[in-house]
Design a protein around this ligand. Structure first.
Ligand code: KG4
Ligand code: ZN
Length: 397
């Protein structure tokens, strides 16, 4: 089965082409257009800007994937084969994305339709304006190429991503999904059956990384920058080990719920406290150390303690989930699972419980379309009129 996958739930426009034969997954082509530069100045994702960027990026991303897979397409242009009524339907579907319709009309009527069996597209959870662009694009392609559309849950994509790297998930499996928008512990009985065990009451784990990065004047998305600082902090001498102490919110509660907002606020107060004890020094300003701001070494130690707090909470809660749920595999997915230190500690936990540990390489841990294609393999096609962007889509559906 060949699957074309489309992901636009947040700030990455991603398209991939997969081939799945007897559960063996081959990535035929894969591309991601990041919007990080656009959202950097807001310190987070600006939904309407994301929507506009997706509308601009989708056709070029699709053309790149098709040409990487060698579908040049001028041989059998759809051109005259597409009836006016089809084009009218596509125009109606894309009426809110006229720029996208123009690009479809200009480019996609003149390539041969790729031989694919289905189009997988993320329909939630995520930013609804952004999700709609991907969904409408998938519907337009479905009409042009007579191919069914499979709506895909983004979080299931994060959970199933390791399958794209020839790894095997043994079921039942526990999933810890830690991304910019979500923090969830889930129980999976099969690739198509999920139960939510616990989630965050406020900020997501990656969101906390991004907000702390902002407090420390680091670029968006902040996760990788904080991770780098924290690693530097861990390398340095033991002397500053307890210089900064941050809370581990909800670590002792019996449930499997998380909370990260208080941790971020604690970082903010800590930074203010450090800065308030310091007189503005013109020398420091001149030397580029930022006046009375926290200094590099302090930043490293704050990042280290922050990451330590996140790691402690994730390890303890995942441990609690492993105590009460008999599983064969622990799968960790989502953008924060690109963090080597957190993964190392979760792997140790899995070893302690004698369960198989799985994650993805960093490129498949953060948002991508490959994981949507994989989840699309296990989901069912749906009539186009039933597919709607669902911002808070739960893992169960
Ligand atoms: O899964 P993802 O790409 O998008 C969502 O679905 O939200 O996750 C993005 C999040 C961002 O908050 C980013 O800062 C975080 O993942 N992230 C990391 C690392 N790489 C990305 N957090 C910690 N350490 C990293 N190395
Ligand atoms: Zn994601």
């Amino acid at each position: 089965m060949k699957i074309l996958a489309i992901e636009t739930s947040c700030d990455d426009t991603a398209v991939a082409l997969l081939e799945i034969k007897k559960n063996k997954i081959k990535i035929l082509a894969d591309t991601i257009v990041s919007q990080a530069k656009i959202h950097e100045k807001y310190g987070g994702v600006f939904p309407m800007k994301a929507k506009m960027a997706h509308a601009k990026n989708l056709v070029p991303a699709l053309l790149k994937v098709l040409s990487d897979y060698n579908i040049k397409g001028t041989e059998f242009p759809l051109g005259n084969l597409v009836s006016k009524s089809k084009i009218d339907r596509v125009k109606k579907i894309l009426e809110r994305e006229p720029e996208l319709f123009d690009a479809v009309e200009k480019h996609l009527l003149y390539i041969s339709p790729p031989e694919i069996d289905r189009i997988a597209v993320t329909y939630g959870p995520g930013l609804e304006p952004a999700l709609w662009v991907g969904i409408n694009f998938a519907k337009a392609l479905s009409i042009l190429w007579n191919v069914p559309v499979v709506p895909v849950n983004h979080m299931r994509g994060h959970f199933l991503a390791p399958l794209a790297e020839s790894k095997t998930i043994k079921f039942p499996a526990l999933g810890l999904l830690i991304s910019g928008g979500h923090t969830e512990l889930i129980l999976a009985k099969s690739p198509a059956s999920y139960k939510l065990l616990g989630t965050t009451r406020d900020d997501a784990c990656g969101e906390a990384y991004d907000k702390v990065a902002r407090i420390l004047d680091l670029p968006y998305p902040g996760g990788p920058h904080i991770a780098r600082l924290a690693a530097e902090g861990r390398k340095s001498k033991v002397e500053s080990r307890n210089e900064f102490k941050l809370p581990r919110p909800m670590i002792h509660t019996k449930n499997l719920e998380f909370s990260f907002a208080g941790l971020k606020t604690a970082v903010l107060y800590l930074v203010r406290k450090v800065e308030s004890t310091r007189l503005p020094s013109p020398e420091r300003s001149k030397s580029g150390q930022g006046g009375w701001k926290v200094e590099q070494k302090e930043k490293e130690n704050i990042a280290r303690e922050f990451e330590e707090a996140v790691k402690d909470v994730l390890v303890v809660k995942t441990g609690k989930a492993l105590e009460v749920n008999k599983v064969k595999t622990l799968v960790v997915g989502g953008g924060v699972s690109a963090n080597a230190y957190i993964m190392k500690n979760l792997e140790k936990l899995a070893l302690k419980f004698d369960v198989k540990f799985l994650g993805s390489s960093p490129a498949l841990a953060t948002d991508n379309a490959v994981m949507i294609g994989v989840a699309g393999y296990f989901a069912r096609p749906s009539p186009l009129s039933k597919i709607k962007a669902t911002g808070n889509l739960p893992i169960e559906t």
